[in-house]
Write a protein that binds this ligand. Structure first.
Ligand code: SF4
Ligand code: SF4
Length: 222
């Protein structure tokens, strides 16, 4: 899922200070799960903005709404009335959600209330870790399902770098060495031979193609 963090209230006050009626719009999918932009956070941020607005001599009038997904026009439609009524939208969706709202409402200021961080998983209560950089050409099958692009601090495809100490990464000693994880994983599944192959430099052309990446599934087009 997409993992994001809330912007600070002082930063949001600065972003919103020229507006009066503001819709704080949550998203019920990834950012709800990572406790950044769901219904609960909409309520918390709205309350904090009301208080911060008063303390800063601003007259914020805040409306609250959460829709199922901000990156899907079908659900954006459900926010149409609330968006129309507002002077500006503070989206608590990921970066894609914010842009989806902005594209749909060309004359409405739409601001990001979150900092979108990465694609990751919930490791334990309150802890999310990055697992994928959406590189566009997945090589997980070569590495036992452990991604060296995101999980090795040096992004080494033919590792290890030789710097790890006691299974820790030399760059980030608070993290395990990804290449030790890859080694043990390949050993456990009987695929250590894969380590004898030299991986060619990654084809970044599929992720950095000079513009936004687009996937078209003809079988899903009407
Ligand atoms: S190889 Fe690329 S697509 Fe696959 S998990 Fe790593 S970053 Fe994501
Ligand atoms: S110690 Fe391991 S995870 Fe860290 S940079 Fe070297 S190979 Fe990558």
């Amino acid at each position: 899922m997409i993992v994001a963090e809330r912007k600070s209230i002082p930063e949001l006050v600065e972003i919103l200070r020229v507006h009066n009626r503001i819709l704080v719009l949550g998203c019920g999918t990834c950012v709800t799960v990572c406790l950044a932009g769901g219904e609960r956070e909409v309520s918390i941020i709205s309350s904090a903005l009301r208080i911060a607005g008063k303390l800063n001599g601003l007259t914020f009038e805040i409306d609250e709404l959460t829709i199922e997904r901000q990156c899907d026009n079908v659900f954006i439609e459900q926010a149409a009335e609330a968006i129309q009524k507002s002077d500006a939208v503070l989206s608590l969706g990921c970066g894609a959600g914010v842009q989806a709202i902005a594209e749909r409402y060309a004359n409405k200021p739409v601001y990001a209330g979150l900092n979108t961080k990465f694609l990751g998983i919930l490791e334990e209560r309150g802890v999310w870790t990055e697992k994928c950089a959406a590189c566009g050409a997945c090589v997980l099958h070569e590495y036992g399902g452990i991604c060296p692009v995101t999980r090795c601090a040096k992004h080494i495809l033919n590792g290890p770098c030789g710097g790890s100490r006691e299974d820790r990464c030399e760059v980030r000693p608070d993290r395990p060495c990804a290449w030790q994880l890859i080694y043990h994983r390949l050993k456990n599944i009987g695929q250590l031979d894969r380590l004898k192959q030299i991986e060619l430099p990654k084809k970044w052309s599929s992720s950095l193609n000079g513009g936004p990446r687009v996937i078209i599934r003809e079988d899903h087009r009407i």
